[in-house]
Design a protein around this ligand. Sequence first.
Ligand code: C2O
Ligand code: CU
Ligand code: CU
Length: 467
Amino acid sequence: MNTDRRTLLKLTAGLLLSPLARGQASFPEPPVLKSREGLLEVRLKAAPTPVTVAGREARLWTYGGSFPGPTLRVRPGDAVRLELENLLPESTNLHWHGLPIPPKVDDPFLEIPAKETWSYAFTVPRDLAGTFWYHPHLHGRVAPQLFAGLAGAIVVESPVDGIPELREAEEHLLVLKDLELASGRPAAHTPMDWINGKEGNLLLVNGASRPTLRASKATLRLRLLNASNARYYRLQLEGHPLYLIASDGGFLEEPYEVPELLLAPGERAEVLVRFQKEGAFRLLALPYDRGVHMMGGMEHMGHGGMAMGTSQRPQTLLTLVAPPRPKPLPLPKALAKLPALSPNQARVTRRITFTEDMMAGRFFINGKTFDHRRVDFRGRVGDLEVWELENQGDMDHPFHLHTHPFQVLSVNGKAFPYRALKDVVNLKAQEVVRLLVPLKDLPGKTVFHCHIVEHEDRGMMGVLEVG
Ligand code: C2O
Ligand code: CU
Ligand code: CU
């Protein structure tokens, strides 16, 4: 949008937008499957499906026929029974990203062949709350399957949702997922995509391009999920700070005000938006350089200059329209209590390096490529561990650990500014990040990997066995 139009929009937002918005579909959100009387029972088909995306007909791979897949909404202590019916032309499986549940259930080594069905059953942990997600995790095929549309959110409700400052807020889910279509289907990966991670030219929020959300309340609670293969979102809301209230693994201790928020692939955040005035405000994805590799003469492979992570211009993800005469709620004072962990109590310190071989298009953790028969680390239930991650490469790598949520201690020696449970943490090139990892009473083999899923498929993954 050029400056003139932007100024005009700012000056006359109310006047200009109402006629435009008439007849426009309301803000789209994925269908919700909610637990009842302590049970969520779902039969979910993974299948090629005709859907409308950004106003076009496309044949994607979906869960339950929708893109993004249905939101599973549960409460702590609920029983979940999900039957996954694989109607894809290839094997798949399903990963419960961020849920601390037994690795035997959330098993990345499982293969569900085409035409077969698999049952997942577990109990939602008692002390859990937040925004999580599900997606395929079959090694070697994660990137094409996720890019084709297979992803959905999981919301775990909490008693904290009931405090007035949150209960009275208007809640929405924003699944940020980019896509590129070729002849009405998800575009295939190029050799460069397998190095950089695939980004699409369509920046979609809940499957829609630049939707408008007309708020009826002055305080919004937005649950944000980056379900993209490789795209980073440096989010900024015009004219407003964001109040971070939750990270990957649930609530912070208190709101943390930020001018902008970076969401790496796999990450989630919950933010409060507090409208102080009427108007229309764009949620922007600001330029972010994640060090993608440009090979000679291929700089322009990004489609319309939009696809690559190094895009120089802010892009509009959606427009928020404030209600008339907005009066936002006060900020919540206290949200959750998180354990104060100290590295002095840690029994084990691990060092983990990330390296790249760009020419070969391969990615390593501690110099090794993933091998499902190898155990890279063995840990003990109940131990506190320090993990020191070092990115020795030229690109960002978002580190992800299954099953055992962690706290970030420091980034390049600088203390992390707030206490939060996370399962994804970004590592910029040459950055060192220290984590505190309390190992849960969830024995078994689990994995850690880069959440640029192409890198994961290409071997940037290791095995942790806890016993
Ligand atoms: Cu969201 Cu191992 O992944
Ligand atoms: Cu995961
Ligand atoms: Cu990576």
